[in-house]
Design a protein around this ligand. Structure first.
Ligand code: HPA
Ligand code: ZN
Length: 340
């Protein structure tokens, strides 16, 4: 086996927890602001990077929503997603399920269609040019009311064939999953796959609600599930994937040090954990950086790294025949790397 960073780089992987607006790098924030005549509170890359010191999820979200205000035209959304997909491809990501936040744009007067058309065209083109498979998951902003989520779902139904799922993000505390019970039921009936952020800052009860009230297929983050042994048993029994984001957890103070990150405990408890970047432009790294940082901090072994990357294929939304082929390709790649 090569050294751990080389191994991380060489392994094929899926990214299942990436907010596309969170891949907006400072340079692109400034160039789109110029292109669209948007005034920002920051006038340089350095000033932006200085603003990226967060004490909590809310601190980050306050900057994140201002940052995304530079996205105006379909081309902007296309350029954003294309830049991310090229970066992900460089990390050997072969399959992406990309979150986007339509209400962060429609609330500024940007049409829903502009957002989806730009992002979707980038996904189609990346498949052609990079061979990367990418799909879109729209998130409801949980700090807003359920009526707004219903209107967002109405807009998405027009694009039913371009959006594979719905998720739930933004300020977790005080906004439990059950607040969105009815709109998730409608989304399920319309055939969308269901996801929710839960247990990032919120209590284990929010993870239970994501499972039992919303009926999600995966839990985004899920760190605080470890506080509840019955919940851990449930997640393990049902092989519910957790999309864990180590550098996000560090930068949002969900953990005080990566050495205390719960990833190893999650693996020991047989949870279906995956490693992801969340908002790479804001948290200091793309998916391989997240692997490297947590592998070093927790001293994970080569077989543990392989297991984490393999989990991403088990957790991805893909037809079972395609998953079997992807896993066979993954196992062949590991064998090839191991014999070097
Ligand atoms: N948590 C909640 N909402 C978000 C996040 C996150 O980590 N990133 C972007 N929106
Ligand atoms: Zn997230």
């Amino acid at each position: 086996m090569p050294d751990r960073d080389l191994l991380i780089g060489r392994l094929p992987k899926c990214e299942l927890h990436i907010h596309i607006e969170g891949s907006l790098e400072p340079e692109m924030v400034l160039s789109l602001a110029r292109r669209n005549g948007i005034r920002l509170p920051w006038d340089s890359v350095e000033a932006l990077r200085r603003a990226y010191r967060f004490g909590s999820l809310q601190d980050f979200l306050d900057v994140y929503y201002v940052g995304m205000s530079v996205l105006v035209t379909e081309q902007d959304f296309y350029d954003l997603a294309t830049a991310y997909l090229q970066r992900a491809h460089a990390d050997n990501v072969v399959h992406v399920e990309m979150f986007f936040d339509p209400q962060g744009h429609t609330s500024r007067g940007i049409p829903f269609d502009t957002v989806v058309n730009g992002l979707f065209r980038a996904c189609v083109d990346a498949r052609e040019t990079l061979g990367i498979q990418a799909s879109l998951i729209m998130c409801f902003l949980r700090h807003l009311d359920e009526a707004g989520a219903h209107r967002t779902l109405d807009a998405a139904l027009v694009h039913r064939d371009r959006i594979v799922g719905v998720g739930l993000d933004s300020s977790e505390k005080g906004n439990p999953p059950e607040k969105f019970r009815n709109v998730f039921r409608r989304a399920r009936d319309a055939g969308f796959a269901l996801f929710a952020h839960a247990g990032e800052e919120g209590p284990p009860n929010y993870v239970w609600q994501a499972l039992d009230v919303l009926g999600v297929a995966r839990v985004d983050h899920g760190n605080r599930a470890l506080e509840d042994a019955a919940l851990v048993a449930r997640l393990a029994r049902d092989r519910v994937p957790l999309t864990v984001c180590p550098l996000s957890n560090l930068r949002l103070r969900v953990v005080d040090d990566l050495k205390h990150h719960p990833l190893r405990h999650m693996m020991e408890k047989d949870l279906a954990v995956t490693v992801n970047s969340d908002d790479p432009a804001y948290f200091g790294g793309y998916v391989n950086d997240n692997f490297s940082a947590v592998v070093r901090a927790l001293d994970l072994s080569a077989p543990e790294i392989v297991a984490l990357a393999r989990n991403s294929f088990s957790a991805a939304m893909m037809p079972e025949a395609e998953r079997a082929r992807a896993l066979a390709r993954f196992d062949a790649a590991v064998k090839g790397i191991g014999s070097e």
